[in-house]
Design a protein around this ligand. Structure first.
Ligand code: SAM
Length: 231
């Protein structure tokens, strides 16, 4: 895992002090170890975990400067992309959100304390936190949670006006973007650019959405409604 991570960091031109690289390896190993007793990830091979979990998460550092920013990771699962970002950039103010209690409890009570990492934990559905934490974050990031037209309604309400929503997608990001044009317009987001990275031999895209307006108070709707009638 360490060699793959180091080679990938060099490829991404991300220079990290050795102790941060070690912390990333420890987190990657902890995920794979815990995965033996809890369903966290389909990836079980250390080199793949380095590429597809750690390096893929860290690409966001190449998209926006994150030091000193507040970032919410919506649907973090086993902590991706949020935890690697915090380990690589300790000045990031990290919040993790997921509805799966078991994964969140593991992150909150075991994985992050073992690394001495602080974060805010929001356990529950994104739709239910969007009132209390409305427009509170500089950056909201999300990977592998929903198609973009639905994901916009889960994520954009949390972004402060002037902030960014970073949607981590695959090679077909363009299609999803086209499908999400109405959602972006309604929720106050403007597509700015796509950043592309080669990760594990495939193209990974980060859609950079700037929050240029406000999200009307009736959004997000219930998940059933979001799915039934996408914006
Ligand atoms: N982001 C992680 C990654 O890329 O490895 C996890 C991806 S996993 C496929 C999707 C996660 O999103 C699950 O942990 C699920 O519980 C969470 N999720 C899906 N919809 C959600 C919602 N509306 N609110 C909160 N969490 C949600």
């Amino acid at each position: 895992m360490r060699e793959t991570l180091q080679a990938g960091l060099a490829r991404l031109e991300l220079a990290l002090p050795p102790e941060r690289v070690e912390a990333l390896v420890r987190f990657g190993e902890a995920v794979l170890e815990q995965n033996k007793v809890m369903n966290l990830t389909a990836i079980t091979e250390p080199r793949q975990a380095a590429e597809l979990h750690l390096l893929d998460s860290l690409t966001l550092l190449k998209v926006l400067p994150l030091a000193g920013k507040s970032l919410l990771d919506v649907g973090t699962g086993a902590g991706f992309p949020g935890v690697p970002l915090k380990l690589a950039e300790p000045e990031l103010r990290l919040s993790l959100l997921d509805s799966l209690q078991k994964r969140m409890r593991w992150l909150e009570t075991e994985a992050l304390p073992a690394l001495g990492v602080e974060a805010c934990f929001l356990t529950g559905r994104a739709e239910s936190f969007a009132g209390e934490y409305r427009e509170r974050f500089d950056v909201v990031a999300s990977r592998a949670v929903a198609r973009l037209n639905l994901l916009c309604e889960l994520c954009l309400p949390f972004v402060r006006p002037g902030g960014y929503f970073l949607a981590m997608k695959g090679a077909l990001a363009g299609e999803e973007l086209h499908e999400a044009a109405g959602a972006l317009r309604t929720l106050g987001g403007s597509y700015e650019r796509t950043a592309e990275f080669e990760i594990g031999g495939a193209v990974h895209s980060v859609l950079v959405i700037h929050k240029t307006g406000r999200t009307p108070p009736q959004y997000p709707r219930s998940w059933a409604r979001i799915k039934q009638k996408p914006l």
